[in-house]
Write a protein that binds this ligand. Structure first.
Ligand code: NAD
Ligand code: TYD
Length: 360
C-alpha cells in the first residue's frame, strides 16, 4: 500500500506527506522537481523514515513516472505538483502551461497505462486524485452565492486557466476511459512551510524585517481562507471515501477582505512579538493592483461536509495564530528560502508598484 504524491516538497504537498505518514502510516513515493517552491527542508523530519522515498524529477518525464508506477505499484496518485502563484503566471505563463496542463496530461497518460494493466480488485480500488483550486470558477460579485461543484468554469489568470485545463483533462479521463479520478477544488490555504510569495507568509516575513506590507489595489478583494492541515484532512477523506468521477469543493467558510486580514495579522504579530516602534500595521502600504485581480472567492463546502463527513478543525483566528507562531519559531527556514532568486522575484513583482496611499 503506497501513494505516489507529486509536488510533495511544496507547501501543501509537504504538509500532506507529513500528515499522511503521521495519521495513516502508509509509505509515500514523493516525486518533485524542486523548483524554487520545492524545499527538502520541509521534509527534514522524514529524512530517516523508510516510509518516505523522495525522487527529484519532472512529472513531464514519462519514462520516470512509468518506472515509479511499475516499481512501487501505488494504490493511488495524489497530484499536487504545479506552478501555483498567480503573480508569477502574469509575468511568465509558459511554465504554468508546461507543468499544470502538459504535466497533468503526462501523468494521466502514465496513470491510465498503469491502471489499465491492473487486475481486480486493485483496478477498482485505484485512485487518481487531482488537487485543484477554487480560482477555476472565476470571480464573484459581493452578493453572489459561493462556488459549488456545478458553478461554470470562468478562469481569469494564466494560473487559473492552466488549472482549469488540467481539471478538464482529469474529468475527461474519467468520462472516456473510466480512470477512477477525484478532483478537489480548494480555497486559499495558509500555514507552515508556505513560500513567502503568497499573501500571509509575505506579510509576516516583511513585517518581521520592518519592510512595507504591500496591499494590492484598495484591499477590498475577498478570499476564503483554510488552514493547510484542514486541506490535508479533506484530501485524505476524498481519497478514502470519495466517489470516483466526483468533484469536491473544500473551504473553511472564512471569507475576508485582504485589508482586514492584514490588520488581523498585524494585531496577532503585535501580541506575539511586540515591536518597539509601534504596531506592525504602520507598515501597511497600498500598492498598484494586480492586473485582472479577481474580486472575490467563496466556497460552498456542503458536499464534502455531508457526503464525506469532513469539517475543518481550525477557525481562522486559531489557524492564523498557529501560523504566525510557526514563522516566529522558524527563522532558519525563512532565511533558507530567501535566496538570490527570491530577491529577484521581489524586485520584479514589487519594484514598479509605486506605493500609493499609506495606511488608507
Ligand atoms: P507550491 O508552489 O508551494 O508547490 C508546488 C510543488 O510542485 C513544488 O514543490 C515544486 O517543486 C513542484 N513542482 C512544480 N513543477 C513540477 C514539475 N513539473 N514536476 C514535479 N514537481 C513540480 O504549491 P502549493 O501551494 O503547495 O499548491 C499545491 C497544489 O495545490 C497545486 O496544484 C495548487 O494549484 C493547489 N492549490 C493551492 C492552494 C493554495 O492556496 N496554495 C489552494 C488550492 C489549491
Ligand atoms: P495570493 O496569496 O497570491 O493568492 P491568490 O491570488 O491565489 O488568491 O493572494 C491573496 C490575495 O492577496 C489576493 O487578493 C492578492 C492579494 N495580495 C496582496 O494584496 N499583496 C501581495 O503582496 C500579495 C502576494 C497578494
Amino acid at each position: 500500500m503506497t501513494l505516489l504524491v507529486t509536488g510533495g516538497a511544496g507547501f501543501i504537498g509537504a504538509n500532506f506527506v507529513l500528515d499522511w505518514i503521521a495519521a495513516v502510516g502508509e509509505p509515500v513515493v514523493n516525486l518533485d522537481k524542486l523548483t524554487y517552491a520545492g524545499n527538502l527542508a520541509n521534509l527534514a523530519s522524514l529524512a530517516k523514515d523508510a516510509r518516505h522515498v523522495f525522487v527529484q524529477g519532472d512529472i513531464n518525464d514519462r519514462a520516470l513516472v512509468a518506472g515509479l508506477l511499475a516499481k512501487h505499484r501505488p494504490r493511488a496518485v495524489v497530484h499536487l505538483a504545479a506552478e501555483s502563484h498567480v503573480d508569477r503566471s502574469i509575468h511568465g505563463p509558459a511554465d504554468f502551461i508546461a507543468t499544470n496542463v502538459v504535466g497533468t496530461f503526462s501523468l494521466l497518460e502514465e496513470a491510465r497505462a498503469h491502471w489499465t494493466a491492473l487486475a481486480e480488485p486493485d483496478k477498482a480500488a485505484f485512485r487518481f486524485l487531482h488537487v485543484s483550486t477554487d480560482e477555476v470558477y472565476g470571480s464573484l460579485g459581493p452578493h453572489d452565492p459561493a462556488f459549488s461543484e456545478t458553478t461554470p468554469y470562468a478562469p481569469n489568470s494564466p494560473y487559473s486557466a492552466s488549472k482549469a485545463g488540467s481539471d478538464h483533462l482529469v474529468r475527461a479521463y474519467h468520462h472516456t476511459y473510466g480512470l477512477p479520478t477525484l478532483i478537489t477544488n480548494c480555497s486559499n490555504n495558509y500555514g507552515p512551510y508556505q513560500f513567502p510569495e503568497k499573501l500571509i507568509p509575505l506579510m509576516i516575513v516583511n513585517a518581521l524585517a520592518g519592510k512595507p506590507l504591500p496591499v494590492y489595489g484598495d484591499g477590498q478583494n475577498v478570499r476564503d481562507w483554510l488552514y493547510v492541515g484542514d486541506h490535508c484532512t479533506a484530501i485524505r477523506a476524498a481519497l478514502q471515501r470519495g466517489r470516483p468521477g466526483e468533484v469536491y469543493n473544500i473551504g473553511g467558510a472564512a471569507e475576508m477582505k485582504n485589508i482586514d486580514l492584514v490588520r488581523t495579522l498585524c494585531a496577532t504579530l503585535d501580541s506575539l512579538r511586540p515591536c518597539a516602534a509601534g504596531s506592525y500595521a504602520d507598515l501597511i502600504a497600498f500598492v498598484k493592483d494586480r492586473p485582472g485581480h479577481d474580486r472575490r472567492y467563496a466556497i460552498d463546502a456542503r458536499k464534502i461536509r455531508s457526503e464525506l463527513g469532513w469539517a475543518p478543525a481550525e477557525s481562522f483566528v486559531s489557524g492564523l495564530r498557529k501560523t504566525v507562531q510557526w514563522y516566529l519559531d522558524h527563522g532558519d527556514w525563512i532565511a533558507g528560502v530567501q535566496s538570490g532568486e527570491y530577491r529577484k522575484w521581489i524586485d520584479l513583482n514589487y519594484g514598479n508598484r509605486e506605493s500609493q496611499i499609506a495606511n488608507r
